[in-house]
Design a protein around this ligand. Structure first.
Ligand SMILES: Cc1ncc(C[n+]2csc(CCOP(=O)(O)OP(=O)(O)O)c2C)c(N)n1
Length: 630
């Protein structure tokens, strides 16, 4: 057992000193790092369970490699907290996920030890291979490592990387961090294959039986046996996960206990002398070392503030409203009771997208496809082509992966797939990789697709019904978190496609605010009314088709229009309005101001802070309005 009086973490002079530590000190260091992670994440929120699961692995890697020279890519990067702490960021770790503080993910700009920016899954093998090829061209001498989880191995992109890596035969290490979990339990045939961790005793017995059986197969039995023998440790490699990676021409090592620092450092040291692509299969436990997280790794995957002693979530102040996600999940269940053609699809996020309840109520109509957003859309298109009504619930940022599938498989064939984009707009602390700021821009130009954004929860319900009734593809985007608390409908009715609404009339000008920006605009307008500035407020509801009737009407009445959206200004909703007005020759005499996200990536911070920074909160809208309309 490590000596609890030692304080290794505080005495580390720099990351390279970890290479000098003995086993006892490394174990001690790992428990100190765990403690710090729990302390900070309990206050700031963050990806606790994935990070705790790889503390021993991180310490072992830092002891065995020199990451000033060697390169490492943490897939997704949500598990890299220990790496941040051990690579010179311990003193800033308390700022994790705070505005201007450390990012929750590795970032090139943040540290010379972060070799590649991450956030979306399954990029590590491809990026590592690129670095390995660059190293060889530059005739440098270093190791390149990709650390990828078993959940992230469900994505096709990971296999595209493996495929080329095996072919190029470069010196590359892939570490498969297998905890049998994605955010929830991992899914798919691959996951059951990986979990076949055969004990040595069992293998010996199995080997004898199988060898005997193979010999009895006329002609081909001996050939198969010879092939099996050629693979790592003959039948062990043939009948364990090794066979998969050996097929990609990787040398398979494992499984290795990912909480045994001694075993891991021994394996990693051997890697120094091995050339070509190698895959080390490491078994870890998500949440390791913190009982509440070990017991409930899904809850602690990405968690808000909690009491470190008990693991209980800290209650948010004020009224506790249901989130958009929850309301979406409940509304879909109600719709699915009446319509047995509705099927629901998630890409590894049944909790995050609110589909858990649906999965329990309608297990035969629910599909978790793994971290496979591209497949999710084409799979949905297949179902739709046979008369079903697939509803794909996905975070806006992850739909970016499926752009071609939306165009080519869904919209080109005008198939009635409903895409529900959760976490659209500013998402907050997860930052630049996770904001959903591009969807209006990458969806609104696709023929056949209707695209809408509700002002509140009740309107989101109506839009879901509208999408399901619609005979073609439809997308609905709604924000992270709670809405304004509008009464949720028991009996939901659909809305007319392409129809906007005037929510407040005025005399001096008009604000058109789409989706989550409607209420802040309305509040700003109500306050301004009492200050003598009378503004109309329009809820356009649709980005495509645009609510042309109300747009035409208001530009005839007003000569100043402020347009608001929580999306990139380039190609978003306000661009659509400008295009429409130009095409109809309605721009002359009109002054238009647009508020949205300018040409920049928005970093991390709370949703409130970021909206304030962008001028998209009530205060910002008020001050812009005062300047623009007065
Ligand atoms: C393209 C994409 N889709 C979805 C996610 C959301 N997501 C973050 S982590 C995660 C699970 C990753 O599982 P695994 O790779 O096994 O890592 P673990 O959390 O178990 O350590 C998912 C689905 C993502 N980051 N990227």
């Amino acid at each position: 057992m490590p000596d609890s009086d030692q304080n290794i973490l505080n005495t580390l002079s720099d990351p390279s000193s970890i290479r000098q530590l003995g086993l006892n000190e490394l174990e001690c260091l790992a428990s100190e790092v765990r403690e710090l992670i729990i302390k900070v994440v309990s206050k700031n929120g963050g990806h606790l369970a994935p990070s705790l699961g790889v503390v021993d692995l991180t310490v072992s890697l830092m002891n065995s490699f020199n990451f000033q020279k060697d390169r490492i890519i943490w897939d997704v990067g949500h598990q890299a907290y220990a790496y941040k702490i051990l690579t010179g960021r311990k003193n800033r770790f308390h700022t994790l996920r705070k505005m201007e503080g450390l990012s929750g993910f590795p970032r090139l700009e943040e540290s010379e030890y972060d070799h590649f920016g991450v956030g979306h899954s399954s990029t590590s093998i491809s990026a590592a291979l690129g670095m390995a090829v660059a190293r060889d061209i530059l005739q440098e001498n270093n190791k390149v490592l990709a650390v990828i989880g078993d959940g992230s191995m469900t994505a096709g992109l990971a296999y595209e990387g493996l495929n080329q890596a095996g072919d190029l035969d470069r010196d590359l290490v892939v570490i498969l961090n297998d905890n049998e979990m994605s955010i929830s339990k991992n899914v798919g045939a691959l996951s059951s294959f990986l979990s076949r961790k055969l004990s040595s005793k069992w293998i010996v017995k199995f080997k004898k039986e199988v060898e005997g059986w193979m010999r009895t197969i006329p002609r081909i039995g001996d050939d198969i046996l010879n092939y099996a023998r050629r693979s790592e440790e003959s039948l062990k490699g043939f009948f364990t996960p090794g066979i998969l990676f050996e097929a990609f021409k990787f040398n398979y090592i494992g499984p290795v206990d990912g909480h045994n620092i001694k075993s891991m450092t021994q394996v990693f040291r051997q890697l120094k002398d091995l050339e070509g692509p190698v895959l080390v299969h490491v078994l870890t436990r998500k949440g390791k070392g913190y009982k509440p997280a070990e017991d409930n790794p899904t809850f602690f995957h990405g968690v808000g503030c909690f009491e470190p002693e008990t693991g209980l979530a800290k209650k948010a102040k004020g009224k506790c409203l249901p989130s958009y996600t929850e309301i979406f999940g409940n509304t879909l269940c109600t719709a699915a009771e009446k319509n047995d053609k509705i099927v629901a699809i998630t890409a590894a996020m049944p909790e995050g997208t609110g589909l858990r309840k649906f999965s329990e109520k309608f297990p035969d109509r629910f599909f978790d496809v793994g971290i496979c957003e591209q497949h999710a859309l084409t799979f949905a298109a297949g179902l739709a082509s046979r008369g079903f009504k697939p509803v794909v619930a996905v975070y806006s940022t992850f739909l970016q992966r499926s752009y071609d599938q939306v165009v080519h498989d869904v919209c080109l064939q005008n198939l009635p797939v409903t895409i529900c984009l959760d976490r659209a707009g500013i998402v907050g602390e997860d930052g630049a990789t996770h904001h959903g700021l591009f969807d209006f821009s990458f969806l609104r130009h696709i023929p056949n697709l209707i695209c809408m954004a509700p002002k509140d929860e009740a309107e989101m319900q109506s839009m879901l019904y509208t999408a399901i009734e619609h005979q073609g593809p439809a997308a609905i985007r709604y924000p992270r978190g709670v809405g304004v608390g509008s009464a949720v409908n028991e009996k939901v009715t659909s809305i007319n496609i392409g129809e906007g609404e005037l929510v407040k009339d005025g005399d001096h000008g008009v604000i058109i605010a789409i989706g989550s920006r409607l209420y802040p605009a309305l509040e700003a307008a109500l306050e301004l009314e009492s200050e003598g500035l009378s503004l109309a407020v329009v809820n356009p509801r649709f980005v495509k088709p645009l609510p042309v009737d109300i747009l035409e009407e208001i530009v005839k009445r007003f000569n100043k229009v402020l347009i608001l959206e929580e999306n990139m200004l380039a190609g978003g909703f306000s661009s659509a309005v400008l295009e429409f007005l130009a095409d109809r020759d309605l721009l002359s005499g009109l002054k238009i101001k647009r508020l949205g996200v300018p040409d920049m990536f928005v970093e991390h911070g709370t949703q409130k802070e970021l909206r304030q920074m962008l001028g998209l909160c009530k205060g910002g809208i008020k001050s812009t309005s005062l300047k623009f309309f007065s």
